[in-house]
Structures are given as C-alpha cells and as structure tokens.
Design a protein around this ligand. Sequence first.
Ligand code: 13P
Ligand code: SF4
Length: 313
Amino acid sequence: MTKQEKMEAIQQLKKEKKALILAHNYQVPDVQDVADFIGSSLGLARRAERTDAEIIVFCGVHFMAESASIISRDKKVLIPDLEAGCSLAETITAEQLRDWKAKHPGAVVVSYVNTSAEVKAESDYCCTSSNAVQVVESIPEDREILFLPDKFLGTYIEMQTGRDLNIWDGVCHVHEKIGELNLAEVQEEHPDAEVLIHPECGCSTSCMMRSSMYFDCSDAHIHSTGGMIEHAKESEADEFVVATETGILYRLGKENPDKKFYAANEDSVCEFMKMITLDKVYEALKYEQFEVRVPDQLAEQARKPIERMLQIS
Ligand code: 13P
Ligand code: SF4
C-alpha cells in the first residue's frame, strides 16, 4: 500500500469502527495528519473524556493511553505500540511514593500526569504543565505539598506561586538536556525570535529568574505544548525558538505558514513518541491492538486525582 492508500484505509477503518484518533503534539507528521485531534496532555485527556466514539486510538505514550482508559471506562483504548513509555514517568513507582508519603504524613500529593496509574492512585491531585500552577493554587496555603516527578516543573510552580514544595528529583531525558547554551546559540542566529520554553526543560528555571548568563530571557515564555500552539498563533512575532521535543515544529509550521520556528536543540527527540508510525496506527485499527485497560479498582482510585484536576482547569 502506498502512504496515500494507507491514509485512506485508516479513514475507512475509523468510520467502520467508530474510532477516534488522538495524537500528541510530538507525534510524527504522518500520524498528526490522520488524527482527529492533536493536543497537549490536558487537551487529549479532555477530548478522551467527551468522545462518543467506541474506540480511541491513542497516538502518544503509555501513561496518556492509561489516563484515557481511566476516564473513559466504556471505550476501548488502543496504543499502536506498547513500548511507547516515558522516562519521566519511570522515575517514581507507587512504592517509592508510599515511602515518601509516610515521611510526610498529612501532605497533599500533586502528581504530573506523566506517571503510571499506580502512582496516580496514590495521589490527591493530578496536573499537566498547562494547569499545574492553578492546581497548586487551589490547595490551602497551610498544607504541605509533595510534587512529583519533574523537578524543573516543580521549581517553575514554586516560582510562579511563591509556595514551598517538596519536589521529587525526576527529569525527562529529552527536556533536561535543553539548556541555556542551546538557546544562546540559536538566539545568536535568530536574534529577533521569541523564545518558547517547556517547563520540563533544564533552562526553564533561569528563564523564570530572568537571570541567564548565556541567553536573553527578556522575550522568553514558558508554556505547555498547548500553550505554545496558542502563543504562536496570537503573537505578533514572525520567528520563534522552540525549546521542547521537535515534533511540535510540524504543527506550529502547518498552522502558522507565515511564521518561522527553530528548534532550540535539533536532538530533542523523544524516541518513545516516535515509536508510533502510520503503519502501526493502521494495524492498531485493523486488528484492534494493543488495548490499554486499567483494572477497575485501580482505575477508580486513579480517577479521583484526574477528576479533581479536570474540575479545576
Ligand atoms: P504537555 O502536557 O505540555 O503536552 O507535555 C507532555 C509531555 O510529555 C512533555 O514532555
Ligand atoms: Fe516522557 Fe519526556 Fe517523552 Fe514527554 S518527551 S513523553 S516527558 S520521555
């Protein structure tokens, strides 16, 4: 089958099976092109919550498909490759979280959605990079908070809210490497560009402090992937340096053909996101593989923090 034939076959199967294809902003162009909806972690969770499709093909990583299974219990959730994991979600297990909670009795646990269902089940609130500040601000100021697993996002929240958080020492292997030197180099080539930074990046803290020795932070903006899409659309700037996984550049370019986007670091590629290909999406739909089904009891426990998050933002 040619690529065009495969894309048509996917559209046909989607209709026959009443399926919805959701794709994260980091997915490869071909997958974004066959998706019904492309979005951030929060956008995708919301779309999964309100669909009347019978099957959701989740083109993203495993924790995202798990979240869809937790909130859409009557749907069959498929992920085209079960190996599509997340290095950040791997940095904490439910057992490690239970130990941490035991050392901080009474603390409120706020977990980034990049966590397993088991970790969510041990948490009070979930958050994404779009709503983390709002979620923390909704918690009474006198409560101790355990924030996990991303330390850069945790520091960003601390600086935005002025709250003191206990932060887990986790990082995403892709974002931690996007540093100030990358930004300085690309900024030198494109001095008029605005800078968009994902809060998981190593350089987000210096950007918040507006105190980098290496790059000019005056026109830098910290956003989730969804926030970057919105910002690029609304900004009057013509050029942007983008500090996150490079998959987002395709959507940014497609939706803003008159603007230019440059990766802060061309090597910022999440190999897990890239495991999802057009061929695997086709096979997922054809053979209804691979189902991600969180067991009932676990789903019930993990749903509470996700629902609290969805109510707040
Ligand atoms: P967003 O929530 O901003 O879409 O990011 C998800 C993610 O995995 C970042 O690496
Ligand atoms: Fe996880 Fe990082 Fe990949 Fe996002 S980019 S899915 S945080 S490994």
